[in-house]
Design a protein around this ligand. Structure first.
Ligand SMILES: *Cc1c(COP(=O)(O)O)cnc(C)c1O
Length: 404
């Protein structure tokens, strides 16, 4: 087998820039370098026009009514900050309660924590064992003071998708603003801000084959017109919501990435899903006691996250060093705490640490999946063959013997 190692299977962390995206961007890094706010010459007009096209491409992909509802940021972290802090501050006279969930990205959780210090009350819901938030749960947690809820489209570790359409409908009925972090969902789920009742939505360039450092925020302008307090000042760009010279090449890239999502759509999804299913089947058949993290069906088609009982997270990663993957022990390596997402769905600290996340993507090949299956098979067998814990479990009839 001739694959280039390490094999990249970490598409939830970031994606490479698509060659077509790069091609669209290059002129704006070279000859068309103008500042979109230079209104006195052609350099500025060209940049302004390119940004307008990108805005329209994004509008179309997310189903927004008006391209003025899309503003550009540096990424989903900034979009999450601006929408949550901005909406909370602008609506504080209506109430001071915010709802979110324990498996949100830190860019949401740290932001709501910051708002607590400003006098807001935050309820952090615990998802079910699959990582899903239910509408009933939200309904029960709503208070007269609730002004904002933030729930992600899909989780970055376990891929679980939330019922955003139902959440959006509830939010509309209760007249509560709905912010959705769609950094992982965009391009992999069918998301339509109008149909799904989303008022604010964060997206990130580098999760959808555009560069790092560019993102967007959808801000509804009708039914209701969402008010935000800006977080940065100077220049009044993006309707005063996000001052600062526009990142024209990045924005062009994000626009092109969205156009590619619309173009590749279903075909890409089916191809990647098949490979993911093959990977999942092979390693779960080889090791029937592996635990699937995330929802068995309502999960991103490129995601596989499993916990491997009786092995240690670090040894697992070491054994799989030919694969660029991530582990539930990796993010919080200093604290020895396993992933907070896996802890929130009820995994023990050991199982949270002994987890591996695969994220397949546009450039993943069948050969790479074969290679990954081989590597995982041998690594787990090897680790278990040398694990006293595993030997004990086999002796007690709690685990299947390694050799079958
Ligand atoms: C990657 C990611 C973010 C952060 O996006 P950046 O563009 O890197 O700031 C936020 N939320 C989720 C769910 C993500 O996967």
């Amino acid at each position: 087998m001739t694959v280039k190692t390490p094999v990249y299977l970490d598409y939830h962390a970031t994606t490479p820039v698509d060659p077509q995206v790069l091609k669209a961007m290059l002129p704006y890094l070279k000859e068309d370098f103008g500042n979109s706010h230079s209104t006195t010459h052609a350099f500025g007009w060209k940049a302004e026009k390119a940004i307008a096209i990108a805005r329209e491409q994004i509008r179309k992909t997310i189903g927004a009514e008006n391209c003025r509802e899309v503003i550009f940021t540096s990424g989903a972290t900034e979009s999450n900050n601006l929408s949550i802090v901005g909406a909370a501050r602008a609506n504080r006279s209506r109430g001071r309660h915010i709802l979110t969930s324990a498996t949100e990205h830190k860019a949401v959780l740290d932001t709501v924590k910051h708002l607590e210090a400003e006098g807001f009350a935050v309820t952090v819901l615990t998802p079910d064992e699959f990582g899903q938030i239910t509408v009933k749960q939200i309904e029960d947690a709503i208070q007269p003071e609730t002004i904002l809820m933030s729930f992600m489209a899909a989780n970055n570790e376990i891929g679980t998708q939330n019922p955003i359409h139902e959440i959006g409908a509830l939010a509309k009925k209760q007249e509560i603003l709905f912010h959705c972090d769609a950094a992982q969902g965009l391009g992999k789920m069918d998301i339509d801000v109008e149909r799904d009742g989303i008022d604010l939505m964060s997206i990130s360039g580098h999760k959808v084959y555009a560069p790092k450092g560019v993102g967007a925020l959808y801000i509804r302008r009708k039914n209701p017109r969402v008010k935000l307090e800006p977080l940065s000042f100077g220049g009044g760009h993006e309707h005063g919501m996000r001052s600062g010279t526009m990142n024209t090449p990045g924005i062009v890239g994000l626009g092109k990435a969205c156009a590619l999502i619309d173009e590749l759509g279903v075909a890409e999804k089916e191809r990647i899903r098949k490979m993911r299913d093959r990977l999942e089947k092979a390693i779960r058949e080889a090791f029937p006691d592996l635990l699937l993290n995330g929802h068995p069906e309502e999960r991103l088609y490129n995601n596989l996250n499993v916990s491997v009982p009786y092995v240690e997270g670090e040894s697992l990663l070491l054994g799989l060093r030919d694969l660029a993957i991530s582990s539930g022990s990796a993010c919080n390596s200093e604290s020895m705490e396993g992933s907070y997402v896996l802890r929130a769905i009820g995994r023990s600290n050991d199982l949270a640490r002994a987890s591996i996340r695969f994220g397949l993507g546009r450039f993943t090949t069948e050969e790479e999946v074969d290679f990954a299956i081989e590597k995982v098979y041998h690594a787990i067998r090897h680790l278990r063959a040398n694990s006293p814990l595993y030997a004990l479990a086999v002796k007690n009839g709690e685990a299947p013997p390694v050799d079958a």
